[in-house]
Design a protein around this ligand. Structure first.
Ligand code: ADP
Length: 175
């Protein structure tokens, strides 16, 4: 039997967007097993805890897994990306590319990571035209400013984000 093809798709997923799900669906079609790695150390103060992010993402991923027929798992990870990729036996890391703005950072990362482990490839995927511009950071900003984020995130994430924004408003008002 051919060796199982395993990919890692890392990110902070704070929160999950339709852009992420688009990349996951595309990536899942290319491998036997896809591990979505939730970065525990985001370096930013996240809107959602690791548990909350995991729950929202797992809910969406289960549907994609059934649809595509590929095993997809969601796990938190800490430390160096390459170490985690090695640990799970991934041969490839998927990254999503949006505009040129992502390219510069990713270009550098690939170069550095290749020095750490040249056996693991990094493959870039692009979301469909209507999902390409979506970014978690902007989704959060728009939600905090009272804008409609319904076309950027899946339903469960929308509900949870609106609850979080309302909580933040109440805290600010009380405070
Ligand atoms: P963000 O950059 O939106 O805060 P993440 O850090 O969770 O989100 O991103 C994880 C990966 O998903 C990165 O490779 C990022 O470039 C990619 N990604 C995020 N949103 C999109 C999108 N709309 N289209 C393509 N790739 C995306």
């Amino acid at each position: 039997m051919a060796k199982e093809r395993i990919a890692l798709y890392p990110g902070s997923f704070d929160p999950t967007t339709l852009g992420h799900l688009d990349i996951i669906r595309r990536g899942a079609k290319l491998v036997d097993r896809l591990v979505v790695g939730l970065a525990i150390n985001t370096g930013k103060s996240p809107m959602f805890t690791l548990e909350e992010r995991t729950e929202m993402l797992s809910y969406e991923v289960e549907k994609i897994s059934k649809e595509v027929g590929t095993k997809i798992e969601v796990h938190g990870f800490q430390g160096l990306l390459m170490h985690y990729a090695e640990k799970i036996g991934a041969q490839v890391i998927f990254r999503g590319l949006r505009a040129v703005t992502d390219f510069d950072y990713e270009f550098q990362m690939v170069g550095m990571n290749a020095r750490l482990n040249s056996e693991i490839e990094v493959a870039f995927l692009m979301a469909s035209e209507k999902h390409q511009f979506i970014a978690s950071r902007l989704v959060k900003e728009i939600a905090h400013l009272g804008g409609d984020i319904a076309s950027f995130v899946p339903k469960l994430t929308l509900e949870r984000t609106l609850v979080r924004v309302a909580e933040a408003r109440r805290q600010a008002a009380a405070g």
